[in-house]
Design a protein around this ligand. Sequence first.
Ligand SMILES: NC(=O)c1ccc[n+]([C@@H]2O[C@H](COP(=O)([O-])OP(=O)(O)OC[C@H]3O[C@@H](n4cnc5c(N)ncnc54)[C@H](O)[C@@H]3O)[C@@H](O)[C@H]2O)c1
Length: 384
Amino acid sequence: MSNLNFGLIGTGFMGKAHAIALRAVGTVFPEVAHPELVCLVDKNATVAQQFADAWGFESASDDWIGMCRSDAIDVVDICTPNHLHMEMALTAIEAGKHVYCEKPLALTAAQARRIRSAAESASIKTAAGFNYICNPLIAAARDMIASGEIGEVHEFRGSYREDYLADPSTPYGWRCARKRAGAGALADLGSHLICMAEFLLGPIDSVLGSLTTVHDLRPDPVSGGMRTVENDDIAQALVVFERGCPGTMEISRVATGKKCGLGLEVCGVKGSIAFDQERMNELRLYRADSRPGRRGYRRILAGPAHPDYSAFCPAPGHGLGFNDLKIIEIRNLLRSIESGDEVHADFNTACRVQEICDAIETSHNGQQWIDVSSNALEQLQLSA
Ligand SMILES: NC(=O)c1ccc[n+]([C@@H]2O[C@H](COP(=O)([O-])OP(=O)(O)OC[C@H]3O[C@@H](n4cnc5c(N)ncnc54)[C@H](O)[C@@H]3O)[C@@H](O)[C@H]2O)c1
């Protein structure tokens, strides 16, 4: 087991989350190769140097291409706005590096397919930042569904609602620009929900989407005037899974009061499961076979019985946090580089998520159901 040299790009929200996880993963999971913090890149050289000093990176740079091509780097970690993902990922893959990239993988499915195809032709491993599926309780929910514990699943209800753009006076940022973000709430939050839905219930077969922009204009900090928002504030979709189960998805970045409202309800014949990311250490389980008068949801607290939890804490109910999910995500990538096993979610999964996001937009534009089964997507790929 030799250590792996990381080059991290970005010092924002995700740059910091990845830096925390890179520093911690070797002690929380000593069985995997340890990351070496070799190079920190930001577009601003001074910011890069300050961040590198604070977080213990050996060097700092404002040249991401040079870092990607450097022989000193084994893994390129991309934490920049969405429009930079494709160019950065392709450069890193071409240089033979393993790539860890934040979600969404790209601006469009066509871009995501280019990245996936380059990654498939190279002997490298990839991982995408769909951290919420790394929660040990989500693994438990998946087991409950797969083992039939709640019986045949007949309904899925998923939401990912936040309020970071609920205030119309919140300034225009990169997430509002089509060329820098792609879709709006759909790409930013919906991508997590789609990944989670397929992780739990298997492939989605078809989608019917509806998109709304609630606040069309926002103050532009650059010009001082107002600027037009170019993507959705709210995305809604009806979905049908290949297993036959219907579902709904509600995605919003203007849901006043919701901070990290990734919520799920999975209803089966014998029981139901409910989860809310704002209470990420609780899974609620309803068993229909309890006797009348005693039926009701019970609350399962995360604990050492759920794999990966005990690496952080020996006591049940004490809880993991958002950044711990990133530690598990990076462990998954490191383990995969060593073992050759697949990572979930890798760029293949991230590309499929992107294809479903695109299909929801296409559905909204054409006001019709879109077939997203693997066969249909392959045909779309041929004609694209
Ligand atoms: N997995 C999650 O839960 C999660 C949460 C938030 C954001 N994200 C994703 O992470 C990515 C980054 O989001 P964020 O919130 O950290 O954004 P941010 O705006 O906070 O940070 C972006 C960083 O990229 C840097 N940057 C921009 N252009 C650059 C360039 N040309 N070269 C080098 N550095 C450059 C900026 O200086 C900044 O440090 C996005 O793709 C976003 O969707 C994922």
